[in-house]
Design a protein around this ligand. Structure first.
Ligand code: GLU
Length: 383
């Protein structure tokens, strides 16, 4: 098998915010259903090195169902949805514990986050999850994320952690996503078919040819296969995130990726910031309008957030996290952004100092009406 190696520095070395997805088969022994502690220790050493360089790391880990089914003594084979959910409820405790112990040995704080599809899609919950993860990262913790399998029925679940990890990476504007599993990357033909098979070094676009290369074979333990990895790549690339499919079975898998780039990299055309701004300004339909005064307009032009004090009027029908237009008193659209408040609360706090928000609303909301990370200036002005 020939492997095309990339001459470029690894996107993993250059990323600021990295999501690492760990498949069940890496973490849980296929034979006896036990957690592979030595493997986890090795991986955490790599993660500690990334963090020591100032990179932020988020883990998306499978393994709850695989661990739980052993404890509940389920027989091998496919489980009913509710049995899967019961196994996840039991196994998630062990999974979180394993990460806490392993990360603590490197003096890293672990945080457990269980998400559903709605948390990455529904605007209000999207902003909440994004803010919580950003806060944890600022505090130096490593969020360990899994799908909230116990509440997610078939209609409302992602179902596989490849796509879940890509949605998380997109939600938090990660620059890099690494899918660690038991394949070395995307092969030009299925391994074992007799053809000379190669791992592609780079993919810049998911062509029909690539779709055809994906057999859709499901791995025995986790829910993913190559098809879910390609679906994840589509999500990641659209969000401006570099994504790797890499073999997690090698020792120090993250170091190995950086050193030899023996994996497939999916390269996005834009950066996460540019992709997110395009999404906010171009894809989302504004549901309301904030009219702002001149002082606020100046602040926006210099890259600042929109504070309630500078807002003169709030109109429309929108909730927290919805897109809104920001207009001048002359009616010119100056910017678009995701509102940190719904229309009612926005009207209540407009014109007021951020320090008065709690007294007005009865809860401590965000200081900004629209945070600068969620704001895009129109007419090509630079934020
Ligand atoms: N959320 C599932 C678990 O933790 C895994 C889904 C997958 O294998 O992709 O067991």
């Amino acid at each position: 098998m020939a492997t095309l190696t990339s001459p470029l520095p690894s996107p993993l070395s250059e990323a600021k915010r990295i999501v690492i997805k760990i498949g069940s088969s890496l973490l849980v022994d296929q034979e006896n259903g036990e957690l592979k502690g030595a493997w986890l220790k090795d991986l955490v050493a790599d993660i500690a090195d990334l963090k020591a360089r100032g990179q932020e790391v988020v883990i998306v880990s499978s393994g709850a169902i695989a661990l739980g089914r052993r404890v509940l003594k389920f027989k091998p084979g496919t489980l009913k949805l509710e049995e899967d959910q019961a196994a996840a409820a039991v196994g998630q405790v062990d999974l979180a514990h394993a990460y806490r112990e392993a990360l603590a040995r490197k003096r890293i704080v672990a945080a457990q986050i269980l998400v559903t599809l709605g948390d990455t899609e529904e605007r209000r919950r999207y902003l909440n999850a994004r803010n919580t993860i950003a806060t944890l990262l600022r505090l130096g913790a490593v969020p360990v994320i899994n799908e909230n399998d116990t509440v997610a029925t078939s209609e409302i679940r992602v179902g596989d952690n490849d796509r879940l990890a890509a949605r998380v990476a997109s939600m938090i504007s990660a620059d890099c996503l690494v899918l660690l599993s038991n394949v070395a990357g995307l092969y030009t033909s299925a391994p074992g078919t007799g053809d000379a098979s190669e791992v592609l070094a780079q993919v810049k676009q998911i062509t029909p040819e690539i779709d055809a290369m994906v057999s859709g074979k499901i791995s025995t333990m986790g829910k993913g296969g190559m098809a879910t990895k390609i679906a994840a790549a589509r999500i990641a690339m659209a969000a401006g995130t570099h994504m790797a499919i890499a073999d997690g079975r090698q020792s120090n898998p993250l170091k190995a990726i950086e050193k030899d780039n023996l994996c497939t990299w999916f390269l996005p055309a834009a950066t996460p910031v540019a992709a997110r701004k395009k999404w906010i300004a171009g894809t989302l339909e504004p549901r309301g309008q904030f009219t702002i005064d001149e002082g606020a307009a100046k602040a926006l032009n210099s890259g600042k957030s929109l504070l309630p004090a500078g807002v003169i009027e709030v109109t429309g029908t929108f909730s927290r996290g919805d897109a809104v237009s920001v207009i001048s008193t002359q009616g010119v659209e100056l910017a678009r952004g995701l509102s940190a408040y719904g229309v009612g609360d926005g009207q209540a706090i407009m014109g007021h100092k951020s320090s008065d928000i709690e007294a007005i609303l009865g809860y401590r909301g965000r200081s900004e009406m629209i945070h600068r990370d969620d704001l895009v200036l129109m007419k090509g002005q630079v934020t």
